[in-house]
Design a protein around this ligand. Structure first.
Ligand code: EPZ
Length: 417
């Protein structure tokens, strides 16, 4: 079983490139199913989740090549319509294939995505929206059995919550539907805009992506295209936290500072100096971090829930008390029990976490509870006194491309054992 070994106390300093966004690459890969030609996706991160998505596309009959950070998909011949449980369970977010399959082949059977470490992951908004577009969905024995007798038709869809995945599924199902679809209260994350950009380059007619109302005018078919995945805003935030917690100085490159405008002020509250360029961010940390004002996770452009866990260790060793409120997922504080093993003083009351800053934390044997919880432990390990060993790091490999090599290249003492 692989583990990460960290010798804490080393100052981070140097430059680092940010990888392409996992949460954009995944829906983009699903979107290639809609095209009857070849698509080339550049800046795709090299991650196990991306690997799993490519395996699903190959299983469906697409011709997929994944070399370096470029994925080429030719979706001319879809021969399978169901996604086997073995592939579905490898990646929870494979629900995003549902909309594209419903539109392209008209029937599909896939298993209910398992709950994941963040609590139950309901898909009620996905299902009710796709039913409004004319997809017949039977939920039985943990499977979704879907089919349509005729072409999907546009609809006015109001989302009770701006769900990222549901917004993506509606876009994917409606781009070739008959008529116009209007999504109200749509998610506005940068990944939604990236998906719309790709689909429009393929010939779709989508307007309003990134706003709360998205309009999709159905077209007859889509051609493949070439596209570059946007930078990963959560990975960028994670590296900034690594610089901040070690009293370091870091320039992160190939990122988009406008995508984390809600994260940068929080880092400045802790005493970090931040200078942003067009595609880079410079951070210089103080000797001792100050506590931050209340951090509330919110839909974009609010503070991203995915950055909550990586940011928490900064509050753990800051001077003063910090309060986090996790408004997006039901149980996204799994990393807290592991941080306590390192000496953190954190009290959880429902969705509120009260973090009393301590002078120092200590290396310990801990385990990654989920993707961003794992990143949280790496950030804590960088600042802890002594050695930290993190197990179950397969969670981390789902979202971070060679994180130990990148951190080692900027001064961290970290290795995979
Ligand atoms: C996407 O998940 C991301 N995953 C998540 O990143 C991210 O945390 C989340 O958006 C919020 O930004 C991918 O893009 C692959 P949601 P998604 O639908 O689409 C509830 C990471 O660490 N909900 O916006 O699943 C849901 O339970 C991952 O990279 C319903 O109730 O997020 C949650 O509480 C973790 N019914 C909230 O909405 C539904 O039908 C937000 O979910 C759908 C969602």
């Amino acid at each position: 079983m692989e583990r990460l070994y960290i010798q804490g106390g080393k100052r981070i300093s140097g430059e680092i490139d940010v990888q392409g966004a996992k949460n954009s690459a995944l829906p983009l890969l699903a979107a290639t199913i809609l095209t009857e030609g070849k698509s080339v996706l550049h800046n795709c991160p090299d991650l196990s989740d991306i690997n799993a998505a490519c395996k699903i596309l190959s299983y469906l009959g697409c011709d997929v090549t994944y070399s370096g950070n470029t994925v080429t998909v030719d979706a001319a011949n879809i021969t399978n319509t169901d996604i086997p449980e073995s592939l579905m369970s490898e990646m929870r977010s494979s629900i995003v294939f549902l909309g594209a399959l419903a539109a392209r082949v008209g029937k599909t059977k896939l298993c209910f995505p398992g709950g994941c470490e963040l609590g139950p992951r309901p898909i009620d908004l996905h299902l009710s929206s796709l039913r409004q577009l004319g997809l017949d969905i039977k939920e039985e024995h943990g499977y979704l059995d879907c089919h349509r007798t005729k072409r999907l038709r546009g609809a006015k869809i109001m989302l009770s919550f701006p769900s990222v995945g549901a917004t993506e599924n509606i876009m994917l199902a409606s781009v070739t539907a008959d008529g116009e679809t209007i999504i109200t209260n749509a998610a506005g994350e940068p990944e939604i805009v990236d998906l719309a950009d790709y689909l429009n380059k393929c010939g779709a007619k989508i307007t309003g992506a990134g706003e709360s109302t998205v309009i999709i005018k159905g077209v007859d078919n889509l051609q493949g295209t070439e596209h570059s995945v946007i930078p990963d805003r959560i990975v960028a935030s994670t590296y900034l936290c690594a610089g901040a917690i070690t009293g370091g100085e870091l320039l992160i490159k190939k990122c988009n500072p406008t995508h984390i405008e809600s994260v940068l002020p929080v880092l400045e509250q802790t005493g970090c100096k931040i200078i942003t360029g067009a595609d880079n961010i410079y951070i210089r940390a103080p000797e001792r971090l100050c506590h931050m004002e209340t951090v509330r996770t919110m839909p974009y452009p609010g503070f991203p829930t995915d950055a909550q866990a990586p940011l928490m260790p900064l509050a753990v060793i800051a001077n003063g008390t910090s309060v986090f409120v996790e408004n997006i997922f039901e149980s996204r504080y799994k990393q807290v029990s592991e941080l306590r093993k390192m000496g953190a003083d954190i009290r959880i009351e429902g969705k509120v976490a009260v973090i009393e800053g301590v002078d120092r934390i200590y290396g310990a044997n801990v385990r990654a509870t989920d993707l961003r919880g794992g990143a949280s432990l790496i950030i804590a390990g960088l600042a802890a006194e002594g050695e930290t060993v993190i197990s179950d790091i397969y969670h981390i490999d789902r979202g971070y491309e060679r994180i130990e090599d990148n951190l080692r290249s900027i001064g961290a003492k970290i290795k995979r054992i």
